[in-house]
Design a binder for this molecule. Structure first.
Ligand SMILES: [Zn+2]
Length: 122
């Protein structure tokens, strides 16, 4: 859906002008993310889940979170973030080196999105 100016402002303010996922301050160029993904046929541009294209299904997102989430569901996005640690341990000697010096500490905690923290505090 293309949001009206008023709806876009509503989405922007949904979590105090912060990214719903990482909680960073939203800056110019923030993205409106479909919480439950809406995919399009690349060829025809036809939407596969048009019922999801409603304002209730839209979260404010920083470009980085939106690009990483892409067409993943929330749970897939959560798993993907956690998987980055595994990937870093396999592939990055710098990451492993920094860990040895205690500069990076893995918590093993479940990824909790900012909007979940906000909703749990209420
Ligand atoms: Zn973010």
């Amino acid at each position: 859906m293309s949001l009206t100016k008023k709806q876009r402002q509503q989405v922007f303010e949904k979590y105090g002008e912060k990214c719903a996922y990482c909680g960073c301050e939203l800056k110019k160029g923030w993205h409106a993310d479909h919480i439950e993904p809406v995919e399009r046929d690349m060829r025809t541009n036809k939407m596969w889940r048009p019922e999801r294209d409603v304002i209730e299904n839209i979260n404010p997102s920083c470009p980085s979170c939106n690009i990483h989430k892409h067409s993943l569901t929330l749970e897939q996005f959560r798993e993907q973030i956690a998987y980055h640690i595994e990937a870093m341990n396999k592939r990055s000697t710098q990451y492993k080196f920094l860990k040895k010096f205690g500069l990076i500490k893995e918590t093993g905690e479940k990824v909790v999105f900012y909007f979940e923290k906000v909703e749990n505090d209420q």
